[in-house]
Design a protein around this ligand. Structure first.
Ligand code: SF4
Length: 394
């Protein structure tokens, strides 16, 4: 894991402001662990594509399982306490025969619902169902701005056909005078695809999607995928930085919301983006994990990669919705201990920032940054997260 080295001052200052920003966004007033707010449910592990970066393509785990509808029904008693349920795991959600019954159960329980899809089944019937509920949020995955790149990564998908379907969804929504679903494109950033981001900004704008998100390949499960990663502890490649700048400028001109992730990171952030303090993942068996990266293929052990090394992993789950309610699983002692590690970190940082009301010089800022590092070192992220790129802002 030799990518980590002495961090230059400018990077330390940048990451200080990143933490400060995150501190503001995630700040809470509670002195106890927060309640759950967002659930991601793996409705199926079936899929009709063979994407090169997907664990499903490489692992022999449970590949063709549907989430039991009756378990989803009993889980729905907890939905009024949540804000959002996202129906997606390591499979294509539209393949579940009762996906829209599930989505309806969510909306009937005063909760927002969304899903991420490979778009292959987004035909007129499915679009009509989405608008009827309505589903609040639909994200469609793409992996290149031309079909040669997209089709080589998302094997079995054709880019033009896919974007045509997304355009149909946006047009149908607009024609119906509805503001929902919000339609996002999710553009996987790899060495192969990064150069196409500006072109994808153009295409996304043309179609009229609400947002283009460009997530990193942040959970590589083969060494080939690990080598496709464009981010890390070292200096980013100039050519990739240039492409990101070009995409940002273009998106700004076109007033398209574009989200890209940092290419360089140096230490663990306060709480990862998937915020396990309030969010959780339910795998296809009903097992509850802090995030989808903690349960890649049901109950089967798996390998992931971190800084060029294999990380053999056991699924990190804390209870089952088949055996207990969401509220009971959430209070499971081991699960609480996991969240407390993040909570202590947050709280230590909040207390420190409250104690420093003003900084008068660069030296003062340097001292403060050192103090933050010292305090956070006392409250590291949980062991499982230390080899996850999301813990470093990827
Ligand atoms: S750091 Fe990674 S493994 Fe840990 S909760 Fe976040 S996404 Fe999951």
């Amino acid at each position: 894991m030799g990518e980590q080295s002495e961090v230059p001052l400018i990077d330390r200052i940048k990451r200080f402001f990143r933490k400060k920003e995150q501190g503001k966004k995630q700040a809470g007033t509670k002195s106890t662990l927060p309640a759950p707010a967002v659930a991601q449910v793996e409705v199926t592990t079936r899929c009709n594509l063979k994407c090169t970066m997907c664990p499903r393509t490489h692992f022999s785990g449970e590949k063709n399982v549907d989430f039991p509808f009756e378990v989803f029904e009993s889980f729905s008693a907890s939905f009024p306490k949540l804000n959002h349920v996202h129906l997606q795991g390591w499979g294509e959600p539209l393949l579940h025969p009762r996906i829209f019954d599930m989505a309806a159960l969510v909306t009937q329980n005063q909760c927002r619902v969304g899903f991420t899809t490979n778009g292959s089944l987004l035909d007129d019937r499915v679009i009509a169902e989405i608008l009827r509920l309505p589903v609040h949020h639909v994200a469609v995955s793409v992996a290149g701005a031309d079909d040669a790149v997209h089709g080589a990564i998302r094997v079995g998908s054709n880019l033009d056909t896919l974007l045509g379907r997304v355009a149909n969804l946006v047009d149908a929504r607009n024609a119906a005078g509805q503001s929902e679903p919000a339609v996002h494109l999710s553009y996987m950033m790899t060495r192969k695809s990064a150069a196409g981001l500006p072109e994808m900004v153009r295409k996304a704008h043309e179609i009229g999607v609400d947002r283009l998100v460009a997530p990193n390949l942040d959970c590589p499960v083969t060494i080939e995928e690990e080598e496709e990663r464009i981010f890390g502890f070292g200096e980013p490649e100039k050519a990739i930085e240039k492409v990101l700048d070009e995409a940002r400028i273009l998106a700004n001109d076109k007033k398209l919301r574009l989200s890209v992730y940092p290419l360089k990171f140096s230490d663990e952030i306060l709480v990862c983006e998937l915020n396990p303090l309030t969010q959780f993942f339910v795998n296809v068996h009903g097992d509850v994990a802090p995030c989808p990266y903690a349960s890649l293929m049901g109950r089967t052990p798996y390998d992931r990669y971190f800084l060029g090394e294999t990380v053999p992993s056991q699924p990190l789950v804390f209870g089952s919705l088949v055996e207990a309610s969401m509220e009971a699983v959430w209070q499971n002692e081991e699960y609480r201990k996991f969240r407390v590690q993040y909570w202590n970190r947050r709280t230590a940082y909040d207390n420190l920032s409250k104690s420093r009301t003003s900084i008068h010089s660069v030296f003062g800022l340097q001292d403060y940054i050192r103090e933050i590092d010292r305090v956070l070192a006392q409250y590291p992220v949980p062991p499982f997260c230390r080899t996850c790129y999301k813990a470093f802002g990827a």
